[in-house]
Ligand binder design. Structure first.
Ligand SMILES: Nc1nc2c(ncn2[C@@H]2O[C@H](COP(=O)(O)OP(=O)(O)O)[C@@H](O)[C@H]2O)c(=O)[nH]1
Ligand SMILES: *[C@@H]1O[C@H](CO)[C@@H](O)[C@H](O)[C@H]1NC(C)=O
Ligand SMILES: *[C@@H]1O[C@H](CO)[C@@H](O)[C@H](O)[C@H]1NC(C)=O
Ligand SMILES: [Mg+2]
Length: 402
């Protein structure tokens, strides 16, 4: 027994020594020429000079999908823009924002590592900070909104505002009876870009809880905005509920009368109005997605617009949303070519999907959206109007999605 054990140990040792010798003496790095995938016939890696291995590495089996593309680097080299993601959220939104972050990171930010600013009217709790910090590849920052940016201005008549909420509740208007939703819309309209944490940045990308991205984004969208001189952008556009903004256009017209110097020459009035500015057609960019320029929002033009709307009281006497407010501002105070439609960013926020038109793009960018769900060429979308106003050619194949 003892003798045969010694004999076995000798054989194992000799074999081991032989293998080590083979690897040391081999001039090439053997692992580099091993077939990495596509070879399901051999389980153990074959040695470099086995003909079978060499053949199977270049001739994939018909039944499997060849993947000869090399994977892109985890992080794209180069300099970064002065930019951040920004999310307004409550602590209870943590798991829904976690899903959104994962989408944004997987499709874009793991390659760029931009920062992420979280804002809240309350203190963020440790759970929220722990979960979101673990998911974001850039720096995370957490800010509390000052009380004066999340409360009724002194000129608002509380009884009048309360009565409106009652009426809207009866009419079953979505968020019609909510006070916090109104603070949220007012905050997104006039204050988020002035939060101390946001003053450090020039560009922002807004992300809400429960949104999804369906295609890879392989370039720096912030750099794109800067290079193309864009200030505001969108993926989805639609008509606003009239009941939430009955006097928003009157307030807008009063603003343009008092501040004609803020109106851009080559503006997008044709996107907003069908009668040269007399009435609003309710078209707006859906602001739960935005990539934009913070210095534009901080400009005199935008601040004067917001202040004038805020004085009119419609955030509380009606239920003005930040989407029509941002859209009207962009439409009137920016030149047409400063607003960008990101056809290539596939996006979902309940209940609408923007799935890029064009199959080759979707294949090349590993898109997972169903083109049939694309909202762009639907009658309730304003995106056709945006194309027509800008004399842009609609993407090939759009007719099939109408
Ligand atoms: N901190 C805070 N965030 C809020 C509040 N209400 C809404 N939000 C955030 O504001 C954004 C819009 O709210 P959401 O419920 O998604 O509205 P919807 O998309 O219009 O249905 C989201 O990012 C929410 O997390 C609130 O009372 N406090
Ligand atoms: C980023 O932009 C902000 C706002 O314009 C500016 O105050 C800040 O100095 C910029 N930071 C860098 C590093 O350029
Ligand atoms: C119109 O705008 C001016 C300047 O912002 C303001 O003083 C005035 O109260 C506004 N009028 C109405 C009816 O909102
Ligand atoms: Mg939302």
């Amino acid at each position: 027994m003892a003798g045969s054990q010694r004999y076995m140990r000798y054989i194992v040792f000799a074999l081991f020594a032989l293998i080590v010798f083979y690897f040391i003496s081999s001039s090439s790095v053997p692992s580099a020429s091993w077939p990495s995938y596509g070879d399901s016939t051999s389980i153990t890696p074959s040695t470099p000079d086995t003909p079978n291995a060499a053949v199977s590495a270049v001739t994939p089996h018909a039944s499997t999908t060849p993947n000869e593309k090399t994977l892109p680097p985890a992080t794209i080299p180069g300099d970064r823009m002065n930019a951040t993601f920004v999310t307004l959220a409550r602590n209870s939104d943590v798991w829904e924002i976690a899903k959104s972050i994962r989408h944004v990171e997987d499709r874009f930010n793991r390659k760029f590592n931009y920062d992420w600013v979280f804002l809240n009217d309350d203190d963020f709790d440790d759970e929220f900070k722990k979960i979101t910090t673990a998911l974001v590849s850039g720096k995370t920052k957490y800010g509390k909104i000052p009380k004066e940016h999340w409360s009724f201005p002194e000129w608002i008549d509380q009884d009048k505002a309360a009565k409106v909420r009652e009426e809207m509740k009866e009419k079953k208007i979505i968020y019609g009876d909510s006070v916090s939703y109104r603070h949220m819309c007012r905050y997104e309209s006039g204050f988020f870009f002035r939060h101390p944490l946001m003053l450090d940045y020039e560009w922002y990308w807004r992300v809400e809880p429960s949104v999804e991205l369906y295609c890879d984004i392989n370039y720096d969208t912030f750099k794109f905005m800067a290079e193309k001189k864009k200030k505001y952008s969108f993926t989805l556009s639609l008509y606003e509920y009239v009941e939430t903004i009955p006097t928003l256009w009157d307030a807008t017209k009063n603003f343009t009368k008092h501040y004609p110097q803020h109106i851009a020459k080559d503006n997008s009035m044709k996107f907003l109005s069908d009668d040269g500015g007399e009435t609003y057609n309710h078209c707006h960019f859906w602001s739960n997605f935005e990539i934009g320029n913070l210095n534009w929002l901080r400009s005199d033009a935008y601040i004067d617009f917001f202040t004038s709307l805020d004085k009119a009281g419609g955030f509380f006497y009606e239920r003005w949303g930040d989407a029509p407010v941002h859209s009207i501002a962009a439409g009137l105070m920016l030149n047409k070519d400063e607003i960008h439609f990101f056809n290539d960013i596939a996006y979902y926020h309940v209940p609408f999907t923007h799935c890029p038109t064009g199959e080759q793009y979707r294949l090349d960018h590993k898109c997972s959206c169903n083109p049939k769900d694309n909202f762009d060429w639907n009658g309730y979308s304003c995106t056709s109007r945006f194309y027509e106003m800008n004399n842009m050619q609609k993407p090939a194949g759009y007719e099939k999605e109408q």
